[in-house]
Design a protein around this ligand. Structure first.
Ligand SMILES: [Fe+2]
Length: 390
C-alpha cells in the first residue's frame, strides 16, 4: 500500500492531475504510478482536484452551455412538462425551490460549519429555504443486464417536448456526457491505483450505475444579487462529481485539510494545448467505500463579487443571450445493487489519516459509522434528506 497520510500543510491551490499521463504510459511505469498516487493524495487531502484530459473538447462544453441556456430560458409551464416527481426527479427537470440543502437540518454537517473559522463559513442556510436552482437529469448509464432492486433510480430519459430544443438535445447531451463520463471514470481508475487497489476496483463497482449528466441552472435576472445562495452548503451523494467550466463564477469548495473556502477557477488550456480542465469532487459513496479515507467535499454555489462582475460583462457583450448560470455537472455513481461497505485496507488507512490530522490540531469531529448497505438504499436515504423523495 502506498503511503497516503498527508501531514504537511496543504497549498491552497487544488492539485492538477493529468489523465493523459495515466492513459499514455504503461500502468507499471513510474510516471503512471506517481500520477495515480498524486490523484489519491489530492482526494484524501482536498476531496477535490483539477483534472486535465486531452480528449475533452472545450467547444463541446460551449455547445452544451448554449443548449441548456436556451432550454432553461423557456417558460416554467413548458419546463414543467419534463418533470417526473413520481421518480424522485431522477430523470427530467427539477424546477427551482424544490431541493433543500440537507445540511440545514443535519447535525454532523452543522458541526462541520461550527468548526470553520467565521470568515471561512458558507452563506447562512439555517432558514432551510429550498435552493433557487433548476436542474435537468439525463441518464448516462449503461442499462443493467439483470433486474435491479432499484428500478426508480434507473428510469428512462425524458426528451424535452419543444421542437427547437428537441432536435438539438440528444446529440449534444450524449457528446458532452460521454466526454465527462470517460474523464471521470479514468480518474476513478487512477484513484484506485493510487490507493494500492486494482485499477478496475471502482469502475467495476460503477458499471451499470445510474450516472447522470446533471446541468443546474440559476436565473440570474431573478437571483443575481450579491450573496444570493444558488445551492446551499452540501456534499454530493454519488461517488465522484465532475464539472466543466461554467460561464459564471460562484462555486466555492472547502478542502478537507485546509478549513478554507476556495473560490474555484477552472484553468483554460494554454494556446495550442488540446483538451480541457475539469473540476472533480469526492461524493458520499467514495467516502463510504474508503471508510472515510476520502471525505465527501463540501461546496456551495453563490453570487459572489466575481459573479456580479461576470453578470455585468455578459449583459454588455451577450445581450441577446439568456442570463442563466449553467453548471456543467456530471454525477458518476456506483451501481445501485452494489454492496457498499468500507474496503478494510482503506478503512485502516482512514484511521491513520484521522489520527495524524488530530495530532496536527485538525479535529474532524465525531467518528462516522459506515454501515454496510446497498448503494440504492444509500441514495434513497439521501434523497429523503434533500426533499426530493417522499
Ligand atoms: Fe453539489
Amino acid at each position: 500500500m502506498p503511503q497516503l497520510a498527508v501531514a504537511e500543510e496543504p497549498s491552497m491551490d487544488l492539485p492538477i492531475i493529468d489523465l493523459d499521463v495515466y492513459r499514455s504510459n504503461p500502468l507499471s511505469s513510474s510516471a503512471a504510478q506517481e500520477e495515480c498516487a498524486r490523484a489519491a493524495r489530492a482526494l484524501i487531502t482536498y476531496g477535490a482536484l483539477v483534472l486535465h484530459d486531452s480528449r475533452v473538447s472545450e467547444s463541446d462544453n460551449e455547445t452544451f452551455l448554449d443548449l441548456l441556456e436556451d432550454y432553461f430560458a423557456q417558460p416554467a409551464e413548458t419546463l414543467k412538462r419534463d418533470e417526473r416527481p413520481e421518480l424522485g426527479y431522477q430523470v427530467g427537470v427539477t424546477l427551482e425551490n424544490t431541493e433543500k440543502p440537507k445540511c440545514a437540518v443535519d447535525e454532523p454537517c452543522l458541526d462541520v460549519i461550527e468548526r470553520l473559522a467565521l470568515a471561512e463559513r458558507p452563506l447562512d442556510i439555517s432558514g432551510h429555504q429550498p435552493d433557487p436552482k433548476c436542474r435537468f437529469f439525463w441518464r448516462m448509464g449503461e442499462p443493467a443486464p439483470y433486474a435491479t432492486q432499484f428500478p426508480g433510480l434507473n428510469a428512462e430519459n425524458v426528451i424535452p417536448e419543444v421542437l427547437a430544443i428537441r432536435e438539438r438535445w440528444t446529440p449534444v447531451m450524449e457528446t458532452w456526457g460521454k466526454s465527462m463520463k470517460s474523464a471521470v471514470s479514468g480518474l476513478a481508475e487512477m484513484a484506485a491505483v493510487g490507493m494500492g487497489l486494482p485499477a478496475e476496483t471502482f469502475t467495476d463497482a460503477g458499471r451499470y450505475g445510474p450516472h447522470l449528466l446533471a446541468p443546474t441552472a440559476s436565473d440570474l435576472e431573478k437571483y443575481g444579487s450579491k450573496d444570493t445562495i444558488l445551492a446551499g452548503f452540501h456534499t454530493d451523494l454519488n461517488f465522484l462529481t465532475i464539472h466543466g467550466r461554467s460561464r459564471y463564477p460562484g462555486l466555492h469548495v472547502w478542502a478537507r485539510n485546509t478549513g478554507r473556502r476556495i473560490a474555484v477557477g477552472i484553468p483554460r488550456p494554454k494556446p495550442g494545448q488540446p483538451g480541457s480542465y475539469l473540476l472533480v469532487q469526492a461524493g458520499k459513496q467514495l467516502e463510504h467505500v474508503t471508510g472515510g479515507l476520502v471525505k465527501a467535499g463540501y461546496h456551495e454555489v453563490v453570487v459572489n463579487p466575481s459573479t456580479v462582475n461576470t453578470i455585468a460583462a455578459r449583459r454588455r457583450d451577450f445581450s441577446d443571450r439568456p442570463l442563466v448560470r449553467i453548471s456543467s455537472t456530471f454525477f458518476w455513481h456506483l451501481n445501485s445493487d452494489y454492496d457498499l461497505s468500507p474496503i478494510p485496507a482503506l478503512a485502516d488507512q482512514a484511521k491513520a489519516v484521522r489520527a495524524a490530522n488530530f495530532d496536527l490540531g485538525r479535529d474532524e469531529g465525531g467518528e462516522v459509522e459506515y454501515e454496510p448497505m446497498k448503494v440504492g438504499q444509500q441514495v434513497q436515504n439521501e434523497l429523503k434528506h434533500i426533499a426530493l423523495l417522499a
